[in-house]
Ligand binder design. Sequence first.
Ligand code: P5A
Length: 445
Amino acid sequence: MRLSRYFLPVLKENPAEAQIVSHRYMLRAGMIKQQAAGIYSWLPLGFRVLRRIEEIVHQEQIRAGHIPLLMPTLQPADLWRESGRYDDYGQEMLRIKDRHDRDMLYGPTNEEMITDIFRAHVNSYKDLPLTLYHIQWKFRDEVRPRFGVMRGREFLMKDGYNFDVDRDAALHAYNRHMVSYLRTYERMGLTAIPMRAASGPIGGDNTHEFLVLAQTGESEVFYDDRVTGLKLGQRDIDYDDRAQVAAVCEEFTTLYARTDETHDPAVFDQIPEAHRKVGRGIEVGQIFYFGTKYSEAMGATVVTADGSRVPVEMGSHGIGVSRLLGAIIEASHDDKGIIWPEGVTPFPVGIVNLKQGDGATDAACESIYKALAAKGLEALYDDRDERAGAKFATMDLIGLPWRITVGPRGLAAGKVELTCRRTGASEEMSAEAAVDRVAAIYAGR
Ligand code: P5A
């Protein structure tokens, strides 16, 4: 993408309404525009990151054996009357009437609708296990929408629902989600800690939230700091292997890590003082096992191997896809701007032309741009007629992990400069070497 032809409405001033750094940088970098309280347009740069995050979520869900589908944003109220949640959900639910005076709602979550799909089409234990998920906009009329996409009213969620024949199988589904989530967040450059939590309006007694530690987080958390050192890394996981998946979950949930709702000071105090931490976190996901809460109420049953009919065992699992942009920025920035992890960056690399209009410099930039494209990498090429300082400031603000700087002086010596956004370290090398280096960094992503 050539910046001269892109739509990147960067703001020079700090927007007054933004209280936290991620919100400030998302507005300044021209990623989002507020349309109403807690409702945003995703401008091209923000939309690219959102799509990238969605792609990682899809890949990891499919790897775990889960099946994508798409349910609508609007739902009939009658489904929610069946589960009893139409009245329970209260003012967070946006209720709508259609022209025939029928009660509708903008879905805050989809347990009822997926249970309706299941009961219409599945009858036998032979069709289980089954996990269906989608990535779809939700609406919750939050009392205090704030911090930009972090607590929106309209927000993008990945929500998945498992159907299993018995409790053990359903607990395996729970564990499988935990492991697939750990992997998803790691690919985004995040450490998200599973913490025992409370289940709220979704229900059930077994639930974990995934928290990214950040001072600006809305949740108070209590944890043994050795938990932050745990990594899944490149481990080969067989998602059908119940014992292996359960062992990984145990490894990640044995050390103390809880939200304030489940915090137990008596247990916490037994952790050696040097490791005992109270902090704040951003909730980027939550998984639930609630058994037959919805299937019983809505008549979703299966015939088992011995011929009896039982309500299907279920859980639901959510990732805050749009919230993740905020969480990643809170976890990865400096005073100049965002620092995107390579896994989610909107563009893999930026090219800065220090002397636009100079024949040799323009030609070198063009050839680097094309060589990157030939390797499947779409660079953001700053080809504007601007001062070098302004170009660097834009690149730093929007946070591409790598920058190739091309100027007449370097070119005279056959060199361009490759700079790492995170460390600020620069290295001079030939244009070909810079292209190869960037390609190697992104190989396999
Ligand atoms: C699990 C999937 C559920 O709704 N039903 C379907 C279950 N869980 S949840 O914890 O309530 O939401 C899942 C994740 O969505 C994100 N989230 C939000 N993101 C932005 N703005 C909001 N107002 C908002 N509310 C929830 C969180 O990341 C949460 O973990």
